[in-house]
Design a protein around this ligand. Structure first.
Ligand code: ATP
Ligand code: MG
Length: 200
């Protein structure tokens, strides 16, 4: 069967795309640990972060996780990843939305931030995830300058993922890859309860 005009057109288009992709691959020669920021109001930020940790673990890489805010919450990812050697740190007291105790929240955030700084100086860690860190900066519980300084001085091969809404402009600027998850719709808005295995 001879190639139709459409087939030929398709082939020519695909060849052009391939040339462009090949050129971009050839241009990407730098190798270093990355800073990823996953922000925005839609669902999928933390799950994306944990998905990437899972991917790294699957390649035998060493990973660490610090979770701000959700300290006392159940967490499905932890049940799996900790067994596979991922170190987990959470806020000891959870987060005191109810009491609005700024002093207690600052102390809890600061204690976890010390673990983050330690991980950022640990060259044995290939990837660290700081889940919901953005809020700590927004609320002033952790100094932005200190976060940026620790990120800048981490081991060159180490990648970092920061998740949370409203990522500070300077974190976005510093990051190599930034994704904003947009909320198109969410079950919660239709009165549907958060679901085990989907939401935590
Ligand atoms: P996930 O952990 O499911 O990836 P996320 O990290 O993007 O969500 P967060 O802002 O951390 O979202 O929200 C934590 C919880 O709130 C999750 O249970 C999530 O399903 C839920 N959630 C996320 N986006 C929305 C939204 N737009 N409206 C209501 N609930 C949401
Ligand atoms: Mg989240």
């Amino acid at each position: 069967m001879s190639e139709s005009h459409q087939d030929k057109q398709h082939k020519a288009r695909q060849q052009k795309v391939k040339q462009q992709v090949d050129a971009r691959i050839a241009n990407a020669t730098e190798e270093k640990g990355l800073l990823l920021v996953i922000t925005g109001n839609g669902k999928g930020k933390s799950t994306s972060g944990f998905g990437t940790v899972t991917r790294a673990v699957g390649h035998g890489q060493q990973c660490g996780v610090a979770q701000f805010i959700k300290g006392t919450w159940e967490n499905g990812e932890r049940n799996v990843l900790e067994k596979l050697g991922v170190e987990f740190h959470v806020m000891a007291t959870g987060f005191t939305w109810e009491t609005q105790d700024k002093q207690a929240d600052t102390e809890a955030a600061q204690a976890l931030w010390q673990e983050c700084k330690r991980m950022l100086s640990d060259a044995s860690l290939d990837l660290v995830l700081f889940d919901e860190l953005t809020y700590m900066v927004t609320f002033g519980y952790i100094e932005l300058a200190e976060v940026i300084d620790a990120l800048n001085h981490r081991p060159a091969h180490q990648s970092v993922i920061i998740t949370g809404r409203g990522a500070h402009r300077q974190l976005v600027e510093l990051a190599d890859t930034v994704s904003e998850v947009r909320n198109v719709k969410h079950a919660f808005d239709a009165g549907i309860k958060a679901r085990k295995g989907i939401d935590w």
